[in-house]
Ligand binder design. Structure first.
Ligand code: HEM
Length: 361
């Protein structure tokens, strides 16, 4: 596809597909030509264009700088130890259910300011937010959507209650920061604060679950890599980056053309959908040497696993840190990480997400 039809129209899905690194980058770095705007009523930073986008992003940027995030390392280590230790004596665990799903949920809950006592309730809602992608449910689609809506409403009223508490007694958490924040002299509305929290859950949880799982998957597929990283743990951060290139949790990013645009010999009309295939760009040999090989110390590594341009993932420092802590801990404490034999991997049913439903090790 990269060689023969680098930009093509898909008649069935009625959208353009873009496969080459250079073209994907062009789409993502030109928000004037390729818009992120969807449903205006539910606009979040992910689905707004400049100048509104920058205002929304600036509000939370300070909570997500690499420095602010690095301060969370000891707590993330504690959570990882707590989740991993019950499984050491047994020698077996369900990577996704036991570790890769709960870890990001607990971290984000604490960052937002959800009390520890509500953690289970919170996890249930959070799981339900991504339901449909991960479950083999044969419920009617309509029913699933209804349930999702109910769930979002419950979550919204839960966040609203916490917000009221923090209005009285601010703390150092993200909800308190958002309540104090202003855009052009105006405070955020309650809906905007709640919308922010839900965005963080929706954008950050399943993606991080899949990053952790995809990283462990490579380690179990390539045992010599485990040995190399045990001997050289300083390579773990670049190995995490290489996972984002090689097995990216998000493989495609959607935009809408705002004007007629010429791209690699094709004319995209204003209003048409454009899908940037990050998963393909990340394997483009015009950009990466040995593109089909997992190179744990690859440098530079300009993968687009976190996107590119103004919408570059806000949570990237957090996702990187969580993956790093998990890999360091697992490699240190587990002698040999293997997928349980005879396991048939089931891909998550989504064109945009790359991951599996279960990964017993
Ligand atoms: C944006 C991937 C983790 C919050 C993005 C985008 C990608 C991405 C590809 C760009 C979307 C676009 O251009 O339309 C990932 C991956 C993750 C991850 C692969 C884990 C490995 C997180 C976490 C959080 C988060 C942990 C928050 C706690 C966001 C937000 C945006 C975003 C808020 C929108 C930024 C903007 O529009 O300016 N992410 N993400 N992500 N991500 Fe992540």
């Amino acid at each position: 596809l990269r060689d023969n039809t680098p930009v093509r129209y898909d008649n069935h899905r009625e959208c353009w597909d873009v496969f080459r690194y250079e073209d994907v980058q062009y789409v993502l770095k030109n928000p004037k030509l390729f818009s992120s705007e969807r449903d205006r009523a539910n606009a979040s930073m992910l689905t707004t264009d400049p100048p509104k986008h920058k205002q929304l992003r600036d509000l939370v940027n300070q909570a997500f700088t690499p420095k602010a995030i690095e301060a969370l390392a000891p707590r993330i280590q504690e959570i990882a130890d707590e989740l991993l230790s019950p499984h050491f004596s047994e020698g077996r665990m369900r990577l996704i259910d036991d570790l890769a799903t709960p870890l990001p949920v607990i971290v984000i809950a604490e960052l937002i300011g959800v009390p520890a006592t509500d953690r289970q309730k919170f996890k249930d809602w959070s799981d339900a937010l991504v339901k449909g992608a991960r479950d083999d449910s044969d419920e009617a689609f309509q029913e699933l959507m209804e349930e999702k809506k109910r769930n979002q409403q419950e979550l919204a009223s839960y966040f609203t209650a916490i917000m009221e508490e923090r209005r009285q007694r601010p703390e150092g958490d993200l909800i308190s920061i958002l309540l104090a924040a202003e855009i052009e002299g105006e405070k955020l509305t309650a809906e905007e604060v709640v919308g922010f929290c839900i965005l963080l859950l929706a954008a950050g949880n399943e993606t991080t679950t899949n990053l952790i799982t995809n990283a462990v998957r490579i380690l179990s597929e390539q045992p010599e890599l485990q040995q190399q990283l045990r001997e050289h743990p300083e390579l773990i951060p670049t190995a995490v980056e290489e996972t984002l290139r090689y097995y990216p949790p998000i493989v495609a990013i959607g935009r809408i053309a705002k004007e007629n645009v010429e791209l690699n010999g094709q004319t995209i009309q204003a209003g048409e959908q454009v899908i940037s295939w990050v998963g393909s760009a990340n394997r483009d040999s015009a950009q990466f040497d040995q593109a089909e090989k997992f190179v744990p110390d690859r440098k530079p590594n300009r993968h687009m696993g976190f996107g590119f341009g103004i919408h570059f993932c806000l949570g990237a420092p957090l996702a990187r840190l969580e993956a790093r802590v998990v890999l360091q801990t697992m490699l240190r404490q587990m002698e040999d990480i293997q997928l349980v034999p005879e396991t048939v991997l089931q891909p998550i049913q989504s064109a945009f997400v790359f991951g599996v439903k279960e990964y017993p090790i």
